[in-house]
Design a protein. Sequence first.
Lengths: 803, 155
Amino acid sequence: MRPPPPWAGRRLGTEPGDGDALSDGFQVVGKALPRLDALGKVTGATRYADDLSWPGTLACVLLRSPHPHARIVAVDTAAAAATKGVVAVLTGADLPVRYGAIATSQDEAALASDKVRYVGEPVVAVAAVDEVTAREATKKIAVDYEVLAPVSSIEQALLAPADEPIHEGTKGNIHRLAALEFGDVDEGFAVADVVREDVFFYEGSNHLAMEEHSATAIFADGQLTLWSSTQAPHNLHRVLAKVLDLPMTRVRVVATPHGGGFGGKVDPAAHEVVVSKLAVLTGRPVKCTLSREEVFYNHRGRHPALMWVRTGAARDGQITAMHFRVALDGGALASLGAATTYYTGALQPATYDIPAYRFEACRVFTNKAPCGPKRGHGTPQPRFALEIHLDKLAEDLGMDPVALRRCNYVRPQSRTVNWLRITSCGIEEVTEKVLAASGFATRSRRVGHGQGFAVSAYLCGAGFPMYPSQLPHSEVGLKVDRGGVTVFCGATDIGQGSDTVLATVVAEELGLDRADVRVVTADTGLTPVDLGSYSSRVTFMAGNAAIDAARKIRTLLLEEAARTSGLLAHELRVGDGRFGPLSFEQAVEAAEERHGALSASGSYAPPPGISGEFRGSAVGPGPAYTYSAAVVDLDADPTTGEVLVHKVWVAHDIGRLLNPVLVRGQMDGNVYMALAEALMESQTYRKDLLHHPSVLEYKTPLATDMPAIEHLYVETIDPEGPYGAKEVGQGPFLPVVPAVVSAIHDALGVWVDEVPVTPEKILRALDARDRGALGRAGPKRFPAVPFPPCIKVEPPHAATARV
Amino acid sequence: MVRLRLNGEDHETLARSGETLLEILRERLGLTGTKHGCEVGECGACTVLVDGAPRLSCLVLPEQLADAEVTTVEGLADGAVLHPLQTSFMRLGASQCGYCTSGMLLSAKALLDEHPDPSNAEIREALAGNVCRCTGYAAIVDAVADAAETLRDAP
């Protein structure tokens, strides 16, 4: 086997310079400093994708399918093309090459040609001198559809298709099946004192990023450039090269300042492909900005998930086996659904030490807007199910639910039954902190008031890329000279502050102020590759790559300072703009005089050995894991079913707190979005039409709906994170949803096994209890899914379980 | 031809019939600081001030603006001197992706101009027409309270 490259999981130390010089500790890291792009955002100067304009730009409007499922018999665009002001009209025949976010799922066409699979699927694109002209022209397009029976639900998708499968070449409408078994699950259930089964449902939802997707393409001098509000410019670059049959060298993708992603802008989108093709054809800039309704159709949001979980435990609470089943409603396309499918099963053993674990998953196609990655990608649904299931198991055992969890917590420096490598792990500490701060154990008990506790794990970046590759996941270039310091990286700041993180770590290594570091990011023509803003990977991976690059320059500058002073490098002090006796500028000049141009590169990829070797093992492993715990305090009204959340305490194992302002923002945003999904948001359908394709009808929390939030941090100083830091973009979301549902049970004594929890569901559960039935609202059963036999995976031996 | 009194300056521009203030600001006058998130008055991203009161520019037609003074985010600072709301938003992290920020700032300014010492609930009420997906509103509410304090302490 080839030895791993030096940048795979390289440990760069947990302090500036890894102790190569004298230091007064961190100068920038850990301080509560504003984001570097804040000024543009508060003055309106930041130029988002739709704020960009070029002279002579054509407006592109997409004609979309009115049918959930239909064959396209004929498309007549002649009248539209003949309209004054229309420059080009595209149909599916013009863009025959299929694509998709991940290498194994290339099932998308920018424009439908043979059939449509969901309402809102793009069919024809019109480019005209302005948007009004283009929109009017789309009305002259005649599309002859032969309507097919739509598939509307998971259950229906599991039956034989009424007309034909949604995708050709598939038997029925099952997209993916997975079945894995780690250890002897039957034996684990056989030795259990208590075995419990539950069924749960988690509704789908949209990201609702405030910025609607927008893209502009220009084809000039044989080069295509696309400016777009994408979260993954590198992947989009690859897709455009493929679909337009252009070499990678002729395509450049610039991710513009971003008005919110949350996973909704990870997939390559039809309009991005279409404006690129139109720019190539017309030689003019072409722009397309989606309306809010179109964003709902483009979707790629949370998968609705039906789940069944069975757990066996000894009388003392020790889990002996777990069996988890999930059926995901994927909507009409694959998207990142293959990854979603495995994510629903991967992280249960990263939270609890489950000695034997069986995981069966199914993702189906339905004639709905495609689901994809949304914050937490495939893990909020099972987290909700698992935590509530454990609450109920604790009831069965007559145990305190927190005590049940604690006796099963994973340990630091261990390997899970599904081969995930756990290094730093603050699960005990986050539990301790959140319990102490909330007073959970001594909470006041009265009808209608409750508190709920839950805990969770998340990964710091996907351990494997979306296409098979041994190359770095993040690359950084650093230019240092008389003109200053510029860091180049493909990382994409989607509002989380990754540009600020890059400047922070480079400033820290070079003893500078953050404002002294220029940041150029997310431009595939200028910046080295970074795989994108998804899976909570950017601080960990791009942060490490940036430290790697800056460390090389730091070493050169220290050498010059040592030479000048006659001292050894480790006797010199770096910081406050100085390298020992030299100012930063003097050190740079001396180094430039000796070496010529100063530039350095840094790279990062996760280390080898963080996963097992079985089909599906590429989804779930990350180079590190974060742990979060939450307590939610609320009132639930037994007469109206209304829920009023008073306060959320959330504790997070951040590794190291790089910047409290940015971290707090992610914590707040996670709590907000989780409360939204727990109590309000749903992307649902009525008579095969999207129920709420507008901001007004799609219920989402406003400023008046949000409770107080208390943030608690645990610093576990991860051995491989940048200065020990870990992710915060998704982890703190996860415990909040089950904590809400658990608190409602604490308040009213009934279980709502389905989110969002609405007043109707609470009243239904109360009504059931009053009628003498089980005080519960939620799905009744898990459907019959033709799961294949499990792939049996030998768990790590006790000897290798310590890492 | 549309006449506007905008951020203290007089503007004249052509406009189609039915063109909204939002479109005129962004597409005719190049003032792209005012954002669109829904185009139908639901999200608050396009909030501007009309005679000091918050209005959704996607629902305002220029004919409704005779002799009115319109303020957008570009008109919030006094030259190079930022409004205290802007400095508080920056310092406390009230702007993440920043797409709701201009609307938030103007809704908040209208509040503080009327109520220099608002309660937490009054701040939340004043911002309830502006959707934000990043911050959970927490840092925004903190920043508005912080700016209110700065403004009260100003000589």
